[in-house]
Design a protein around this ligand. Structure first.
Ligand code: NAP
Length: 288
């Protein structure tokens, strides 16, 4: 059995959907990672073979104003859960982020797993500290970094609240004539479904256990390119989206200009790479 913390989030819901009865997806009210004792008791009771931590404070901008809460969930919470999993004899997977990386001088080479971490935001810093804390308490835990996660139209079928970048662009397509989107940040858009498929393959095969790996959509895109692709998939005119720079669109949290992830270690472990982001987006837009 696989216990998933953060089970009502995007990746958690896809894991539950794809993993069937083998996956026990726990919501934040069923398993609060900030309460270490309760987490230990729950995992002891469930006795899972695997624990996947999808729980996180993922509101990158909001985290700047609430660093203690972000640290409690992303750093201390990850440590609590890793310790609880270890005591329960379960293998542990920590899901982490491309935002553990900072500004990179190399704008053409996807970032490999041992690239220097230099987080720029509270979110990135607390997730990076979470990686270290998890390793410290559970040496053979597996850290999977992903990026720019979205679910798209499948959100409503999965009962996911809120929105992601893709659903936001779909909503803006119906309400706005034109919009400007940042075109100087490069990343690896990742369909949450594809990440969940990959995580379940990891669990099934045990490939790469104990290592740090990247699992993200193939290729690279800017937010502008991703937004245009959403419009194309919606049969809307992509020319309605105009490019702008990060400076034109200031946000509370700084973001790296380049955080494209290389999935080299994932491939070397024998795990099938996630689809190219554009192909994945088409599939996501067809998932209603
Ligand atoms: N979203 C992205 O673009 C992105 C990019 C890179 C990496 N990641 C990483 O991927 C993983 C999954 O992200 P996601 O997109 O699925 O996130 P998400 O949709 O925001 O879900 C996060 C989940 O964490 C839960 N949570 C928050 N505080 C908690 C607590 N104290 N105890 C237990 N659960 C708690 C939330 O539950 P409530 O809703 O009940 O609060 C929510 O279900 C995270 O580790 C994230 O850092 C995400």
């Amino acid at each position: 059995m696989i216990a998933v913390a953060g089970g009502s989030g995007q990746v958690g819901r896809w894991l539950a959907e794809l993993g069937g009865p083998e996956v026990v997806a726990l919501t934040s009210s069923e398993l609060d990672v900030t309460d270490g004792e309760a987490a230990s008791a729950i995992l002891k009771d469930l006795a899972p073979k695997w624990v996947i931590n999808c729980a996180a404070h993922t509101a990158v901008d909001a985290a700047e104003a609430e660093p203690e809460l972000a640290a409690a969930i992303n750093s201390q919470g990850a440590e609590n859960l890793a310790r609880a999993a270890s005591s329960a004899g379960a293998k542990f997977i920590q899901v982490s982020t491309d935002y553990v990386f900072g500004e990179s001088n190399i704008l053409s080479e996807p970032l490999v797993e041992n690239h220097l971490r230099a987080p720029m935001s509270v979110y990135g810093k607390t997730k990076s500290e979470g990686e270290d804390a998890v390793r410290a308490v559970c040496e053979d835990s597996t850290i999977i970094r992903t990026a720019w996660v979205y679910s798209g139209p499948g959100r409503s079928r999965l009962g996911l609240p809120g929105s992601d970048f893709v659903t936001t662009m779909m909503a803006l397509e119906s309400s706005r004539d034109t919009l400007t989107v940042v075109n100087d940040q490069y990343g690896s858009p990742t369909f949450a479904h594809d990440l969940a498929v990959g995580l379940l393959q990891l669990v099934k095969t045990g490939a790469g256990v104990g290592s740090t790996m990247h699992a993200a959509g193939g290729g690279r895109a800017t937010w502008f390119e991703l937004a245009r692709a959403v419009f194309e998939e919606s049969d809307a005119d992509p020319e309605r989206i105009r490019p702008c720079t990060t400076k034109d669109f200031p946000r509370p949290a700084p973001r790296p200009a380049y955080s494209v992830l290389s999935s080299q270690a994932w491939r070397c472990a024998g795990l099938p790479p996630l689809r190219n982001w554009r192909e994945a987006l088409s599939a996501a837009m067809a998932t209603r």
